[in-house]
Write a protein that binds this ligand. Structure first.
Ligand code: ADP
Ligand code: ADP
Ligand code: MG
Length: 749
């Protein structure tokens, strides 16, 4: 790695040739209030071409603003991302090759920019965005790095160094030791002085790694050994250098969005509370921070601007503070020297486009708004909140998921409802990258309105194909403690009983699922793929159909419980055109409760859905109209996702043993019959063959599921009634046996 210190003296000279020499900065520079009108046009070189060194939603978001500013934009893609949305969103997109880590390949990216004559590079967040070596290399290559000067990144990149600078600038840091004494005994002495509990952090830390809480002096040695080991493994040499901090027991995460230009101006675009986290990672972010007095709020903004000015910051940055709920005091934690995931929250409450600001400041313009103008806007614009939609399973400890988005409906966007997404229906969320599918950002006139609007918007979301945190986010919106603003970083843990409570699935969900399956099958019957009659349309019109469902459960309790999963049986009888009787019986209370029966309800399929694995229906239940979208997993059609009244329920269609009985299939002697309407996939035996009990006879397909029909007895096959591809009604004889005395019945698995 090339030494930055050696190069730093050249930095200003390397800045785009048109840049003014930056005026000297003092730590507590008075905040100037230059209106944009005072821009000296001769010093401004608008960016005309841009390379986005990132992927996913942030690449799309940057491209959107760039194109609105008339900037010719180029994106990058690794092989696995070749057909992803970000690669498609610009006319020019350049290949990085097969390595999924391609977005981290600084030299290759700079080569591409040079080769294609691109003037500027936006690093987005993550990847190369906080890499001072890369930023420096861009400058050296004559490419405008849309971000802060490398020196500012370097100063803020080290947790100990940044705190020394902050202390000198009068920005409060968590009481602690950030110095060079690194022996266990010396550090332990500092821990005693600070007072337990303390937090050990690696100076190189990030992503919550290399951090340990020490509650008592006796634990100190063991905890520092383990923190050092983890830090060395994660951050390499130098990772073992530790700082000791007072551990804040009930912390809130409050951060300030700052923006600085090259002329010593710095503004705060309000603060964001990001306390609702899992695994030290944010899920919900909002602005303004709830339950915060005005004096503290302004003090936070002030200290954040001081922090930025102390390192000669230019561009967008976020100063993170930890706020002690017990004392009301706040402390500098770190500065993220880039655009942050949650920046739209600040854009919403200030009515700005921060990416536009980034381009303008990089071009040499002054800040577009003064602090007073920003504050006036915040007063007017109310509150905004962002929910991160992740491919992950909250019931399994928020374990990341990946897969194809087989069905995706997103909330309707408006001036107050914004979606920044990287995926559309049919895309695959790869495990190679971060599992954030989208960000949903909502603004309301006040915090409560914003939360309610967020919940409503989340209810419009429909995602099938992988697990998401959407249902969990809805529960967060309904949490009384959250609505009251009683947030802290341990929020999810503190309220876990309420947030992970199992919901009761209503009878209407099962009724609608059965009706949806019936109508979609009838639809298919009428327009069979080869024009053939699939044999169930008319039957359905007169007879009744039975379905059995189980609610999918994958929380920890599901694995340990002895409780048999509830099987819900639904019988649908068609009474006339769009007219049905539906009865729902639930196994857990089968002995006591009688089935719930809906009589003569009108149910009609929606026309909006074209795909064969989806159906939509509207049903008038006795008390209300219910609209439902039903999606069958194309790879496993027994897996059903039901979207109804703003909630998603996942069900499994069970092929029950009682089905045969219910369909009255037991009468035929010396034969095996079809347990359900089906297509013959293949005969596994031939006529005259002797078979053992349990031997596979015929493989059928029903509801896109294969079922092996096994021999109920030992015997000789007399006749195979059907050939491959035949469509059979339930009860059709499939195999006849020689021995007429046997009493066979179809056994399915
Ligand atoms: P990283 O670089 O990993 O993001 P931070 O220093 O920003 O590290 O800390 C990450 C998280 O750890 C914070 O959001 C906060 O929840 C928690 N944390 C950090 N410092 C303290 C502290 N002194 N006391 C209590 N919690 C802390
Ligand atoms: P396709 O969708 O290609 O028509 P399926 O395997 O889904 O093929 O269904 C074949 C036939 O069997 C259809 O007419 C369907 O209505 C019927 N069918 C499938 N499963 C059931 C079931 N559980 N109960 C009654 N009929 C069913
Ligand atoms: Mg952090």
């Amino acid at each position: 790695m090339r030494s930055l210190k050696r190069n730093s003296h050249r930095l200003r000279a390397i800045r785009p040739p048109t840049s003014l020499p930056a005026p000297p900065r003092i730590f507590s520079a008075p905040i100037s209030t230059h209106p944009s009108a005072s821009n000296d046009v001769t010093s401004i070189t608008p960016i005309k071409s841009l390379l986005i060194a990132n992927r996913g939603e942030i690449a799309l978001r940057i491209a959107r603003t760039a194109s609105s500013m008339g900037i010719r934009t180029t994106t990058l893609y690794t092989d696995i991302d070749a057909s992803s949305q970000h690669a498609k969103c610009t006319p020019n997109s350049l290949a990085l090759g097969p390595n999924t880590k391609g977005y981290l390949n600084g030299p290759q990216i700079i080569e591409l920019a040079k080769k294609h004559g691109i003037e500027a590079l936006h690093p987005g967040y993550g990847f190369l965005s906080e890499n001072p070596t890369f930023a420096q290399a861009c400058e050296d290559a004559g490419i405008v790095f849309v971000g802060p000067p490398p020196k500012a990144m370097l100063d803020m990149g080290d947790k100990a160094r940044s705190k020394i600078i902050m202390n000198a600038a009068g920005v409060p840091c968590v009481p602690g030791y950030h110095g060079p004494e690194q022996s266990v005994e010396e550090l332990r002495g500092h821990a005693r002085e600070i007072g337990y509990p303390v937090l050990l952090k690696s100076v190189k830390g990030g992503g919550g790694k290399g951090m340990r809480i020490v509650l008592r002096d006796e634990e100190f040695e063991a905890q520092i050994a383990s923190a050092r080991q983890e830090a060395r493994a994660s951050f390499g040499d130098g990772g073992e250098v530790m700082l000791v901090e007072k551990y804040v027991v009930r912390p809130r995460h409050v951060e300030v969005q700052v923006f600085a230009d090259r002329y010593g101006n710095c503004v705060a675009l309000g603060e964001r509370d990001c306390s609702v986290q899992r695994r030290h990672q944010k899920i919900l972010e909002e602005s303004p921070a709830p339950v915060l007095d005005d004096a503290t709020r302004h003090d936070l903004w002030d200290k954040a601007r001081k922090a930025a000015l102390a390192v000669d910051y230019v561009g967008a940055g976020t100063v993170e503070f930890i706020l002690d709920k017990d004392t009301g005091k706040f402390y500098f934690m770190e500065m993220n020297t880039r655009l942050q995931v949650e920046h739209p929250v600040s854009e919403m409450v200030t009515g700005t486009d921060l990416v536009e600001w980034q381009f303008r400041v990089a071009a040499g313009e002054r800040l577009p708004l003064t602090q007073d103008e920003i504050e006036a806007r915040i007063h007017e614009r109310g509150a905004a909140i962002e929910a991160r939609i992740y491919a992950e399973n909250p019931d399994k400890g928020f374990f990341p998921d990946s897969g194809k988005l087989v069905h995706l409906i997103t909330p309707k966007v408006s001036e107050d409802i914004r979606i920044d997404a990287g995926f559309v229906e049919g895309d695959t969320v790869s495990e190679a990258y971060d599992g954030m599918i989208a960000k949903l950002i909502v603004r309301g006139r006040d915090r409560e309105t914003a939360i309610r609007k967020l919940e409503l918007a989340l209810q419009e979301y429909e995602v099938v194909g992988l697990s998401t945190n959407i249902e969990f986010l809805k529960r967060l919106c309904r949490s009384q403690a959250f609505v009251e603003g009683d947030v802290e970083t341990g929020f999810i843990e503190k309220w876990k009983d309420e947030l992970f409570e199992r919901k009761h699935v209503s009878d209407e969900v099962f009724a609608q699922t059965a009706l949806g399956l019936l109508t979609s099958q009838t639809k298919k019957t009428i327009s069979g793929p080869h024009g053939e009659t699939l044999g169930f349309g008319e039957a359905a019109a007169q007879g009744s159909r039975k379905f059995a469902f189980q609610v999918k459960r994958d929380d920890a309790a599901a694995e340990t419980t002895d409780e048999a999963p509830e099987v819900v049986q639904v019988e649908v009888t068609q009474r006339g055109h769009s007219l049905y009787n539906v009865s729902v019986s639930r196994s857990t209370d089968a002995s006591t409760a009688s089935p719930v029966v809906y009589e003569n309800i009108i149910s009609e399929p929606g026309s909006a859905v074209a795909a064969s694995h989806k159906s939509q229906l509207t049903t008038f239940f006795p008390r209300a109209r219910v609209e439902t979208t039903l999606v069958q997993d194309p790879g496993a059609p027994e897996k059903l996702s039901v979207f109804q009244l703003g909630e998603k329920t996942e069900l499994t269609l069970v092929q029950p043993g009682w089905f045969e009985k219910a369909l009255g299939l037991k009468e035929a002697a010396a034969s095996v019959v079809a347990p359900m309407p089906c297509k013959i996939l293949r005969n596994e035996v031939s006529e005259g063959q002797e078979v053992e009990k349990g031997a596979p006879l015929v493989v059928i397909e029903s509801m896109k599921m294969e079922t092996v029909i096994r021999s109920p007895q030992k015997g000789i096959v007399k006749k195979l009634a059907h050939k491959e591809g035949d469509i059979c009604k339930a009860g059709t004889v499939l195999v006849l046996f020689e021995d007429p005395d046997a009493t066979p019945a179809a056994g399915s698995e």
